[in-house]
Design a protein around this ligand. Structure first.
Ligand code: SAH
Length: 358
């Protein structure tokens, strides 16, 4: 990976942070997501579906509810973006088996670029079909779910320094080590929202054209064919200045430039931008709200109680520790945001407080 990046930089000059992120995560041979042992206690990080089956069960409830709200169409594309190990979808399917007609109507589609993860996903959900782009998913109503997908999409960072905008890019120092450098801004600078274009002092702003592109495609689908989408990720409800680019390896933060392709690199998701796009497209939006609030409103508490009925003290502790991790404000409950986007013809989606816009 280092050799590939060095060669690329020698040939073209410094590369934008977005290109660096795209290469590090998704290079077909050396990309982070091509390797094994990413998720779980012995990997680099744990995601909500890997913490407990209850997460997928609540998402399953939500998706089945939306299918019913759409009038239970006889054909529905159930799409997951970036399914990781396939755990979430396996739990969604297991928990919705008793919803009359739902499984007969659905076809599972996975958007995934990593060959390694596609192979894992096939073990968890053998009936799925894989795609590299939303464009190849057949027409018809859709249910879309994305957990910790948008944070993996490349971002550009622009730095406002002494009254001038620069792009934050990656280059080589004299010893051929990767380092950050400020370069002329790319055309993507135009994506910086109006209210962040004139900082008072030095500042950094992030934009993600890849996220915008995928959100636009989802919005088009929902408008043309009907459906609902649920996006869960860590991020912020209001776009502001700041640097959220981060690298994680073995459950610890690390330098994003020292081991390219070996660490997970992500950025916080700009939910304001996703929400605004959906609203501008004339769609209905719920949230963003905290994951804890969302899951509890869907009945996670009762589900946990039912799961431990008649079980050992140890199993009891395990289930309630998972519940706490998923919902507590100092764990995943608040930092993780949930956004729902649906076509305009359905009653509002469950999981969001009504009346205060969240
Ligand atoms: N949703 C899973 C995995 C999250 S990790 C979970 O919650 O456990 C991010 C996932 O998105 C991985 O499956 C990764 O391979 C996939 N991914 C990242 N960038 C992608 C892209 N540009 N296109 C398609 N999939 C991508």
């Amino acid at each position: 990976m280092e050799a590939y990046l060095a060669q690329r930089i020698r040939t073209t000059g410094p590369i934008t942070l977005a290109d660096y992120m795209g290469d590090c995560l998704m290079h077909p041979d050396h990309g982070y997501y091509q390797q094994e042992r990413i998720f779980g206690a012995d990997g680099d990080f744990i995601t909500a579906p890997e913490i407990s089956q209850m997460f997928g069960e609540m998402i399953g409830l939500w998706l089945a509810n939306r299918w019913q709200a759409m009038g239970a169409p006889t054909r529905i594309n159930l799409i997951e973006l970036g399914p990781g190990r396939g755990t979430l979808m396996a739990d969604v399917l297991a928990s919705t088996r008793s919803v009359a007609g739902f499984h007969d109507a659905l076809t599972v589609h996975f958007l995934e670029l990593s060959e390694q993860l596609r192979a894992e996903q096939k073990k968890a959900v053998p009936s799925a079909t894989w795609h590299s782009s939303l464009a190849t998913i057949p027409n018809g109503p859709v249910l879309v779910v994305a957990n910790e997908f948008f944070d993996a999409l490349p971002i550009h960072q622009f730095e406002f320094k002494d009254g001038i905008w620069f792009e934050r890019s990656v280059t080589l120092d004299g010893d051929e080590n990767l380092k950050m450098v400020l370069t002329e801004p790319s055309a993507k600078l135009a994506l910086v929202p109006e209210h962040l274009r004139k900082p008072k002092g030095n500042a950094v702003v992030e934009v993600s054209p890849a996220s915008i592109g995928i959100m636009r495609d989802i919005g088009d689908r929902l408008n043309n064919d009907g459906g609902a989408a649920l996006i869960i990720d860590y991020g912020y409800d209001h776009a502001n200045f700041g640097d959220s680019f981060q690298a994680v390896k073995d459950h610890r933060y690390c330098d994003a430039l020292t081991a390219p392709g070996k660490a997970d690199i992500t950025a916080h998701v700009n939910f304001e931008s996703l929400k605004r796009m959906a609203m501008d497209a004339g769609l209905q939006v719920g949230g963003p709200t905290g994951q804890g609030q969302f899951l509890m409103q869907l009945g996670l508490g009762s589900r946990a109680s039912a799961l431990v009925k008649g079980k050992s003290e140890e199993q009891h502790a395990e289930v309630f520790s998972a519940l706490k991790r998923l919902t507590a404000p100092d764990e995943m409950g608040t930092l993780f945001r949930v956004l729902s986007v649906t076509d305009i013809d359905q009653e509002p989606a469950p999981g969001f407080l009504v009346g205060n816009g969240s």
